[in-house]
Design a protein. Structure first.
Length: 80
């Protein structure tokens, strides 16, 4: 499971670096093309994955530490 979250975090980080390097104009500045939609879609996905991975890890650690009833009786996906 840890490998999966490391991969998610790495994906988010690489996406952020990719966007910082290319600095594409926003779709509002130019006529949107397929490239704009693909690039910004990948960027949004990477950023969301990064945030979700951090939040998910925090919630799982909190529930384990507090020995929460929901964590013990339900799957992680149903607990949130």
């Amino acid at each position: 499971m840890r490998k999966v979250w490391c991969l998610v975090l790495l994906t988010g980080l690489l996406t952020a670096i990719f966007l910082a390097l290319i600095e594409l104009p926003s779709p509002n500045e130019l006529r949107p093309t397929a490239w704009h939609y693909v690039t910004w879609g990948v960027a949004d996905t990477g950023a969301v994955n990064l945030v979700n991975a951090v939040l998910f890890d925090y919630r799982v650690r909190y529930l384990r530490r507090s020995n929460c009833y929901i964590y013990r009786c339900c799957s992680i996906q149903n607990a949130f």
